[in-house]
Ligand binder design. Structure first.
Ligand code: NDP
Length: 446
């Protein structure tokens, strides 16, 4: 057995109840074979055993009062996975499905993603099984305050800098930041995704979606093509999905779907800027459901319980959650003519779906490369905070665009160098890994 498969086996014995974490570890480690056989130093230094074990896992109780005065108890987590190349950095997810295994998979992936951005950031993730859906603003605030009362002991602008993720947007970051400031008497860049008046960066809300579209455009360029006129399927209707649609519209693509955990809308006429503004109001202000889109606009169909992947498209932007494309759906996408998949979400494609994309040699950009624009722009927010400055919108967008072009080029070149031309999975995993692994070796056994 190879070194990588030995370690995969060891990790699965040690973490038997964490399927998503095992899925991510297996996917990364198996694709590292070419670099491991070329450089025995990684095995000699037991890098795979070390890189698959989080540096620190923090698990805590989050008690809070609901609006009826009843006591509620949720579970809070922060996984500080790897700090070899910078302070821990990664989002917070508030969703009822959150558990240790899911956050470990996200923090593990984050380590390689952050490495690809070229900014100094280690990997982390955190969150809670708290569900903000259906809660009042006051309930969300009381929960966030209780969550931060514990988390503040473990984070700091040079230690660990959380951000948003599913269920954690501008409102939640505001409440979390307010409580941190109150407890520590310190106004600092301890969180990213902050409001513009209090240390936030222009383009941070847009960055993940914009970045996934920039990455798709770069992949298309390798075939002399562009997004102009392309029919695009987008899943989700939250932060990433919304700004994916916005950038697609700007670059001449046509987004025809959006979804949430209840169902999918299909708008063959395209989700133009005006309709998107309505969606933003629906999701971010009224906190409504995507089915209302079909009631509001003509010629739109809504399918309860469905995902968008049977709708014919040339480009797909999964932007909701992990494992949202299975093998059957991948086959349907390819059969219907889809030849670009750029992942805004983290690990949205099941391993068998990835195999199908690679087999058919479509342009497949895995999340750790394609959605790295979000955390990269968080890095830019940290840079602005440390200078006590705010950069103009165009400057941040130019940085983001340049970073996505560089990530694409690095990943493409690495895949080629290791004998897998066009395989962005191998390219992203190896390029992300080498930088972190070399830093771990340089820093000794810590
Ligand atoms: P939001 O909470 O803003 O939106 C999430 C969207 O996905 C909602 O429409 C939600 O529907 C849907 N969704 C969530 N869980 C499920 C599920 N189990 N089944 C079906 N639909 C679901 O989150 P973001 O847009 O920020 O995040 C989306 C994805 O992008 C996640 O995978 C996240 O990790 C990834 N990502 C986000 C970054 C960021 O900067 N925000 C950075 C990099 C990656 P509903 O309202 O019904 O729950």
């Amino acid at each position: 057995m190879s070194y990588a498969s030995d370690v995969v086996q060891m990790v699965s014995q040690r973490n038997p109840s964490e399927p998503e974490f095992l899925q991510a570890v297996k996917e990364v480690l198996e694709s590292l074979e070419p670099v491991l056989s070329r450089h025995p130093k990684y095995q000699k230094n037991r890098i795979l055993e070390r890189i698959t074990e989080p540096e620190r896992v923090i698990l805590f109780r989050v008690p809070w009062f609901d609006d009826r005065g009843e006591i509620q108890v949720n579970r809070g987590f922060r996984i500080e996975f790897n700090s070899a190349i910078g302070p821990y950095k990664g989002g917070l997810r508030f969703h009822p499905t959150v558990n240790l295994g899911i956050l470990k998979f996200l923090a593990f992936e984050q380590t390689f993603k952050n490495s690809l951005t070229t900014i100094s950031m280690g990997g982390a993730k955190g969150g809670s099984d708290f569900d903000p859906k259906g809660k009042s603003d006051n309930e969300v605030m009381r929960f966030c305050q209780s969550f931060m009362t514990e988390l503040q002991r473990h984070i700091g602008p040079l230690t660990d800098v959380p951000a948003g993720d599913i269920g954690v947007g501008g409102r939640e970051i505001g409440y979390l930041f307010g409580q941190y400031k109150r407890l520590r008497n310190e106004f600092s860049g301890v969180l990213t995704g902050k409001g513009l008046n209090w240390g936030g960066s222009l383009i941070r809300p847009e960055a993940t979606g914009y970045g996934a579209v920039y990455f798709a455009e770069e992949m298309l360029k390798t075939r002399g093509d562009s997004l102009e006129g392309k029919i695009c399927a987008v899943s989700g209707s939250g932060n990433v999905a919304q700004y994916t649609v916005e950038k697609l519209n700007q670059l001449g693509g046509k987004a025809v779907t959006l979804s949430d955990s209840n169902g999918t809308i299909y708008d063959p006429a395209g989700i133009d800027a005006e309709k998107l503004a309505w969606v933003m109001e629906l999701k971010n202000v009224r906190r409504g459901r995507i089915r209302e889109y079909a009631e509001k606009f003509k010629g739109v169909t809504y399918k309860e319980g469905a995902r968008p992947w049977d709708i014919p498209c040339q480009c797909a932007f999964p932007s909701a959650t992990q494992n949202e494309i299975n093998a059957e759906e991948a086959k349907t996408l390819v059969k219907n003519g889809c030849f670009v998949v750029s992942e805004g979400a983290n690990m949205p494609s099941e391993p068998e779906a990835v195999d199908i994309f690679l087999e058919h040699k479509i342009l497949y950009g895995p999340g750790k490369a394609a959605n790295a624009g979000g955390v990269a722009t968080s890095g830019l927010e940290m840079a602005q905070n440390s200078q006590f400055m705010s950069w103009p919108r165009e400057q941040v967008d130019q940085h983001l665009h340049r970073i996505m072009v560089n990530i694409h080029e690095n990943v493409r070149r690495t895949a080629e160098e290791y004998g897998y031309p066009g395989n962005y999975v191998v390219g992203a995993n190896i390029a992300g890994f080498v930088k972190v692994a070399d830093a771990m070796i340089d820093q000794g056994l810590v």
